[in-house]
Design a protein around this ligand. Structure first.
Ligand code: C2O
Ligand code: CU
Length: 509
């Protein structure tokens, strides 16, 4: 048996060998990134420069791909010029002030995090479709700097709020004005896109709802927001631990706008039938009643769910995200309660929900086809060893830029070979789901900005490149984004002067 001293020596030797190996791996595979521009992503290795690093897509039809680096510099458009009409006065003006501070979660514990106008979530921003919304963002005390991103609203690129791509993080004492036209009615949310894995988790977020300009197809009597967020392990609903009680008269229909601000999928169900009126701010066409099925909402995603208050005046519970519930109560019996319902085994498949309707573009007339294959392997990113996500076999920052030209019809195949679910979120666009594992959609057009792709699944999605800019296309389980699950859709001719990890300290993930 080796002596104790001998064991110590062996352990020390082992550690030395491991350190040497590690240092060797670092030198071999990755120098520190330092300051970089997303414009240079995908060009990290000589191999990448000639191949899929800059993905121009498989040109189909007439949409030939332009060679990389062939842009006319005179025609370059900077992201900061992609704005709403600067001369149009605002219809809705809001000031949102971010602070880094501790706060008590009502019904729960104290947490250290971030507030907007003194609370988390921050105030709900409300506008009407067609309004020009102008938000002045002030960073009072967030030491890493902060931004606001309008999750799901297809804003002009300059208002997208991604630190290091569309702006610099707003330092303490600074401010930034966001302006966009609220073109599409629906349920959205805002959150910081600087050090987002910490700032979003810590509560720098809130809801934004765009009411339709004309009365919607399905009329509802009561409208309530249900924003889910986990504060230090506490599952909250609208910032509180406990049910959200909503008064409704018997027979009235309530629209519950569920916003999944968690890091994982949320399940919605009830003992009574419900209907899914909208997904990610896009109406479902002819949504039928759902019974004994649960609706799953990806992290970052939203669903407007309609429930009817029972005719007999009893209370009704709608589970929104596990134990959290919206409870409808008759104003005549405001103290009434409703028992929890068992979570249905079956899930509602949005691939076949509602009935078909025409799309506003032809996804078969595609100009570009991209692959976004998610994997996982060991490696080193920015000097940090770990088990990282890969995109098309490549590791951040050597991941594809998906190059498009304005007006392109784009198809993308998102395949998950990584063993973990990923809620994939494309900024600035909504995409239509075309198929899952080769099975085409048979219900309503399923239009999303956040899509859960489960292990082993392959989705085909389509969209029109109708919003020029440089757009993040990442996983919304934000710790996954930090670990490399980020790519970008980049329009030909658009450039950014902002950088990541430079003097401005931009760290979008
Ligand atoms: Cu909700 Cu890139 O973000
Ligand atoms: Cu993920």
């Amino acid at each position: 048996m080796p002596s104790r001293r001998e064991l110590v020596r062996r352990v020390a030797l082992g550690a030395a060998v491991a350190t040497a190996l590690c240092a060797g791996a670092l030198a071999w595979s990755s120098t520190l990134l330092g300051e970089y521009s997303v414009m240079d992503m995908g060009a990290g290795t000589p191999e990448a420069a000639g191949h899929a690093g800059h993905a121009h897509g498989v040109a189909g039809g007439t949409g030939a791909a332009a060679p990389s680096g062939a842009l006319d510099p005179g025609a370059a458009v900077d992201v900061t010029s992609l704005t709403a009409d600067p001369d149009r006065p605002a219809d809705v003006r809001v000031e949102l002030v971010a602070r880094q501070e501790g706060f008590d979660v009502p019904g729960g514990r104290h947490v250290e995090g971030y507030t907007v106008n003194g609370t988390s979530p921050g105030p709900e921003v409300r506008a009407t479709q067609g309004d020009l919304v102008e938000v002045t963002f002030v960073n009072e005390s967030v030491t890493d700097g902060a931004t606001l991103h309008w999750h799901g609203i297809d804003v002009p690129n300059a208002a997208d709020g991604v630190a290091g791509i569309t702006q610099d993080a707003v330092p303490v004492g600074g401010r930034h004005v966001y302006r966009f036209v609220a073109e599409d009615a629906g349920t959205y949310w805002y959150h910081s896109h600087q050090v987002s894995h910490a700032q979003v988790l810590g509560g720098l977020l809130g809801a934004i709802v765009i009411d339709p300009a004309e009365s919607p197809e399905v009329r509802t009597d009561v409208d309530v927001t249900a924003l889910l967020h986990v504060y230090g392990g506490q599952h909250s609903l609208n910032g509180r631990i406990g049910d959200e009680r909503v008064e409704a008269r018997p027979g009235e229909t309530v629209r519950v706008r569920v916003i999944n601000g968690d890091q994982g999928t949320a399940a919605v169900w009830s003992s009574a039938p419900y209907r899914v009126l909208a997904i990610d701010g896009r109406d479902v066409h002819a949504p039928g009643e759902v019974r004994d099925q649960r609706l799953l909402i990806p992290a970052g995603g939203r669903a407007d769910v309609a429930v009817r208050a029972p005719a007999d005046g009893s209370a009704l519970r709608l589970h929104v995200g596990g134990a959290r519930s919206v409870v409808l109560v008759d104003s005549a019996h405001p103290e009434a309660s409703a028992p929890p319902a068992r979570q249905p085994k079956d899930k509602l498949d949005l691939l076949a929900y509602g009935t078909p309707a025409a799309l506003d573009f032809d996804p078969t007339a595609r100009d570009r086809t991209f692959e976004y294959v998610i994997g996982r392997r060991f490696g080193v990113i920015d000097g940090r060893p770990g088990n990282f996500w890969t995109i098309n076999g490549r590791m951040f920052p050597d991941v594809p830029m998906f190059h498009v030209r304005e007006g392109d019809v784009v198809a993308m195949r998102i395949e998950n070979r990584s063993g973990d679910v990923h809620p994939m979120h494309l900024h600035g666009h909504h995409v239509v789901v075309l198929s899952r594992d080769g099975v085409a959609t048979s219900g309503s057009p399923w239009i999303v900005d956040s899509l859960d792709v489960h292990p082993g699944e392959a989705y085909e999605i389509g969209f029109v490149a109708d919003n020029p800019g440089i757009w993040s296309d990442h996983c919304h389980t934000l710790p996954h984004a930090v670990d490399g699950l980020v790519a970008h859709v980049m329009y030909e001719g658009v450039t950014t002067g902002f950088t990541i990890d430079g003097a401005a300290g931009n760290r979008p993930e």
